[in-house]
Design a protein. Structure first.
Length: 593
């Protein structure tokens, strides 16, 4: 069982504490307490003392995050901006306005820098561009002394990936109310950024060309192409917009291939836009190889379907660096969500994407609470800036291990559990669509249920009788997900010149996100603000623009919980959310909003 011990639970110190309490201290220390502690590494990781690394020669790029002010007020404002019918609807904010509202206290950064100066590390530290963090780069041995911590190597049992992390560290007590997160420490990073691709199949060209009766034109057998999706979701013949910007997030050193994209577009693009491509932006030390030796399947999938669906709308792939392991010497860093979101928020309004698709995530229980809160707060700022953020719900149904210590429980995904993103679950088949058995869905154990879905989810809890037998295994008062769904099985993808089939909510997410980008580009073309944070709109005005999926069942927890899973039923459910898109209906609703 992994336990996170929150520093915020400590009592506040007397107001008589000096503004610069480290000045004049012979050893540079005041009383410290454990800030965060894990009883054990997250599930799937184990300490590996056989991995040797040089603590003096290896460095850590440490982010010391400062406590933001007025976040409750900001969240209230962000929700009003996203709620149709409110006077502030669509009044998206510039980042400097947000920062002026939520900026940390000036003394917070002064206090941290004074502490680092007392340790001889102030020359190694800088304040982040938005002033919400102190960034320190120092050797592991220096960081261990600073945090009263011990960094060790940990190996992931399944993948063999290695990270250097600590299970416990301390901070001076005077940081209460000033610092709320220090990473990388207890966040293991690589596993939480895994692709949500589930299966890879061999491609059967014969079945694509079979003369079988097609329930939906262009959907041959079970295999999914852009033509199938355009007819299934009604965006065939959609206006070829040129305004706006579609964003695709890329992590874990996975890169798309432009030659594979060209092959895909020539074979499967249905609107004659075969020459369309994408730009690549480097974030946090990422790279954009022109011809990657081994293209990433996730990256190719996301880019190929976003490109085909959005037609002539500019697309950008964000190549986000930050990937362990470090063995021997090197820099130990892996905070890709924080670095990526900070990068986006630093962009000018004209450079921000209208929509972004993120197909990565992991078990909520592996993510420290302070880290999850900070990432979710950044997502809320993106929504207030006018960006529609869509993330994958996951591909393990209601979980695999399904245990927290000795207690049996459904597993929740992050960042899907964040209430400031729109979560996409998976469907399969087209005559009709049904909930996919591996579609991730459930209820957060960290974030409470947001107001925009309260009535909808309360109705499901009251009327759906299929979940009664498993009701003890999930937190019914938590943020419920997914919000929507799309096809998730047998997507045709070109990889290294060949063709393969892929399952996963990694397929569903760029599909639904690209439909949203069509709506956003329509609004931008007509001089309107983009939709921004989608959920208040989806749970109210846009419900009639979605196809309710009422068959299928998610599964999971094999051998742990009998009958685990949720059923797709009339109305919202934790398999397919509110349903799949009907583009022409959503377009009408969007234009009227």
């Amino acid at each position: 069982m992994v336990l996170f011990c929150s520093f915020s639970a400590l009592l506040a110190l007397s107001s008589s504490v000096l503004a610069f309490p480290f000045s004049g201290k012979e050893d540079g220390h005041l009383k410290s307490s454990v800030f965060e502690k894990l009883a054990a590494p997250p599930a799937g990781w184990e300490r590996d003392d056989g991995v040797l690394f040089d603590k003096d020669g290896s460095s850590v790029k440490l982010r010391i995050h400062l406590v933001l002010q007025n976040m409750a007020d900001f969240h209230d404002l962000a929700l009003k901006i996203a709620t149709p019918g409110h006077d502030l609807y669509g009044s998206h904010l510039d980042q400097h306005v947000i920062d002026s509202m939520i900026a940390p206290k000036d003394e917070s950064s002064d206090l941290v820098m004074d502490w680092l100066k007392s340790q001889g590390l102030d020359n190694h530290a800088t304040l982040s561009a938005r002033g919400d963090s102190v960034i320190l780069e120092a050797s592991i041995s220096q960081i261990e002394k600073l945090l009263d911590a011990e960094y060790s190597a940990f190996t992931h049992i399944e993948t063999g990936s290695i990270v250097v992390r600590t299970l416990e560290y301390s901070l001076p007590d005077v940081f209460i109310g000033h610092v709320d997160m220090v990473q990388p420490t207890t966040f293991f990073g690589l596993k939480p950024m895994r692709s949500t691709i589930k299966n890879i199949h061999s491609f059967d060209e014969a079945s694509m060309n079979a003369d079988a009766v097609q329930a939906v034109s262009g959907c041959s057998g079970s295999q999914i192409t852009p033509k199938c999706l355009s007819n299934l979701y009604g965006f065939s013949g959609a206006t070829a917009y040129t305004a706006g910007l579609m964003g695709i997030a890329g992590f874990l050193e996975e890169y798309p291939s432009k030659s594979d994209l060209a092959t895909f577009m020539n074979s499967y693009e249905t609107e004659g836009n075969t020459a369309q491509t994408y730009t690549c932006d480097v974030v946090n030390g990422g790279s954009c190889p022109t011809s990657p030796g081994s293209p990433g399947l996730e990256a190719n999938l996301d880019v190929q379907y976003a490109r085909a669906i959005t037609e002539k709308i500019p697309n950008v792939f964000y190549s986000v660096g930050g990937s362990p392991p470090i063995v021997g010497s090197g820099t130990n860093t892996n905070e890709p969500y924080l670095e990526f979101l900070d990068y986006l928020l630093s962009l000018s309004p004209s450079a921000l994407p209208n929509t972004i698709s993120i197909s990565y995530g992991d078990d909520e229980s592996t993510v420290p609470l302070d880290y999850a809160n900070n990432v979710c707060n950044l997502f809320s700022q993106l929504g207030a800036r006018g960006v529609s953020v869509l993330v994958a719900s996951g591909d393990a149904g209601v979980g695999t291990s399904c245990k927290t210590g000795s207690a049996k429980t459904f597993t929740t995904s992050f960042p899907a559990s964040c209430p400031w993103v729109t979560v996409v679950g998976g469907t399969t088949g087209n005559s009709p669509e049904a909930g996919w058995s591996d579609s991730g869905g459930g209820f957060s154990s960290v974030f409470g249920r947001p107001s925009y879905q309260n009535a909808t989810v309360s109705k499901w809890l009251t009327t759906d009788k299929t979940h009664t037998a498993v009701s003890t295994y999930f937190n019914s008062s938590g943020r419920a997900y997914p919000d929507v769904a799309a096809e998730a099985t047998d997507f045709v993808v070109v990889l290294s010149g060949g063709t393969t089939l892929v399952d996963g909510t990694s397929c569903a997410t760029p599909t639904f996100a690209s439909v949203i980008q069509l709506l956003n580009s329509d609004r931008v073309t007509s001089g309107k603000a983009g939709l921004g944070f989608l959920n208040p709109w989806l749970y109210s005005s846009a419900v009639s623009g979605l196809t309710d999926i009422t068959s299928g069942k998610s599964t999971g927890c094999s051998g742990v919980i009998s009958g685990a899973g949720f059923s797709a039923v009339a109305g919202w459910d934790p398999v397919t959310g509110l349903g799949t898109p009907k583009y022409t209906s959503l377009l009408t609703i969007s234009r009227a909003t």
